[in-house]
Design a protein around this ligand. Structure first.
Ligand code: C5P
Length: 424
């Protein structure tokens, strides 16, 4: 538990070196580019489409905007052209090419996303109408269609809309939302379009390759809490964000995920089986019960290295005497799993404050795991962004600074490659 405080100069030199490697890696784009048609129909939520466009482009997607005539009453094509850097498709009739804009554009897309999708447009999709460019694009598509409904709560609840939504689902259309909340009309209920950030995340999740279909992945996350007495304890500043992001990425890539989580304030990843624990001993028990049944084990948790030998059952009273606490080592959960007779593919994490490469490689050898993910504690703990260095038999690879979910998705793709290689 003792922290080593590195000298300022050594730390700066290390960070400069790390940054140079990361910038080189950044030049090679890692995130695949997906070609999207963002269709906007005429609802007040159209203003959120500008932010959605920005977020999709930030994720490396190539976005072509198409708008209905009604949409242009809520947000202008000029705004969307300015943001996307491309002329917006608005009409079937001003195509300068072969007059087949609906065919050409839909063939060039990996997916069409309608956000917002009005009740009227959803009805058109359900019935296969094609009386404007956007509906014709949808009818002529080869690619998946995702819709984000946005409408008044009565319109959403109306039997006709519910019939149309059921039809879209039966046709294989992905429906994102809607959410519940205050509506532009002042009423409150179901029908609000999901926020741009949520939509961007759902769309990115949709594109994740399903690399782990049928695989069981066991993940530990968060800090542990070691009781000193009835009210006090020893813990660390791990937020659990990286472990939860890894669980989310594994789910998106098709895995069945069990997340053994220390105390965190985070929302549970939907679809994961979550086992809440407090101490390292409880985390160890939870992992021991499940390790033999998993294909892959990823230890992201910041497990306390020591626990109090004899925690008090009551609150220790203050006195003028020096208080000495006896600490005993906790079991190493990752090393235990890696040493099982028929171990799952094991991945460890190392948060270091200096000498990342040296310490991470040492941990990989000592714990005998094929992949160890290194990060700098001072950059990683509690923050939304991180930088990772992956250490495996073939050397190291840097995943440059990004939000933790983006990094987790790339990490899972790397794990899939190693796991496939190890399986053969
Ligand atoms: O704490 P340390 O740097 O050794 O952690 C490296 C890896 O080992 C992490 O993946 C962590 O989850 C795991 N670990 C563990 N049990 C411990 C200590 C660490 O599983 N008692």
């Amino acid at each position: 538990m003792s922290a080593i405080i590195p000298s300022q100069a050594r730390m700066s030199a290390f960070l400069v070196k790390m940054r140079a490697i990361m910038e080189q890696t950044q030049a090679k784009r890692i995130v695949p580019v997906n070609r999207i048609i963002l269709g906007i129909t005429g609802g007040i939520a159209a203003y959120k489409a500008a932010e959605l466009l920005r977020l999709l482009m930030k994720q490396g997607m190539e976005v072509q905007v198409a708008m209905t005539e009604a949409a242009s009453h809520f947000i202008t094509p000029t705004t969307m052209q300015g943001l996307s850097g491309k002329p917006v498709l608005t009409s079937q009739w001003d195509d300068a090419g072969n007059g087949m804009a609906h065919i050409n554009s839909s063939r060039a897309a990996d997916a069409i996303i309608i956000a917002p999708a009005t009740a009227d447009f959803i009805a058109k999709l359900a019935h296969g109408l094609a009386d404007d460019l956007l509906s014709a694009l949808c009818l002529a598509r080869h690619c998946p269609l995702l819709v984000a409904p946005a409408m008044n709560r009565e319109m959403w609840q109306n039997a006709a809309t519910q019939r149309n939504i059921a039809q879209l689902l039966a046709d294989g259309v992905r429906v994102l939302g809607p959410a519940c909340g205050v509506q532009a009309c002042g009423e409150e209920g179901m029908g609000r379009m999901l926020e741009a950030e949520q939509l961007a995340q759902d769309i990115a999740a949709f594109f994740q390759p399903k690399l782990f279909s049928g695989k069981q992945i066991l993940i530990t996350a968060g800090p542990t809490y070691e009781a000193i007495d009835a009210v006090r304890g020893i813990t660390n500043r791990s937020s659990g964000k990286m472990g939860y992001a890894v669980a989310q990425a594994a789910l998106e890539q098709g895995a069945e995920v069990t997340l053994v989580s220390g105390p965190t304030a985070l929302a549970k990843p939907q679809g994961a089986q979550v086992v809440d624990v407090t101490s390292a001993a409880q985390m160890f028990e939870a992992v021991k019960q499940r390790a033999a049944d998993c294909d892959i084990f990823i230890g992201v948790a910041a497990v306390a290295d020591y626990r109090i030998a004899q925690p008090g059952t009551q609150k220790i009273k203050k006195s003028t005497e020096t208080l000495t606490l006896e600490l005993v080592p906790n079991p190493d959960i990752l090393a235990y799993v890696a040493a099982l007779p028929n171990p799952p593919f094991c991945v460890g994490f190392a948060a270091e404050s200096e000498n990342l490469a040296k310490y991470a490689e040492q941990k990989r050898c000592v714990k005998n795991v094929p992949l160890l993910v290194g990060n700098l504690a001072q950059q990683a703990i509690g923050s939304d962004d991180n930088e990772l260095v992956l250490f495996d038999d073939s050397g190291n690879r840097v995943l440059p600074r990004a939000d933790k979910l983006t990094l987790a998705r790339l990490l899972m793709q790397h794990i899939a490659q190693l796991y496939e290689g190890a399986d053969q």
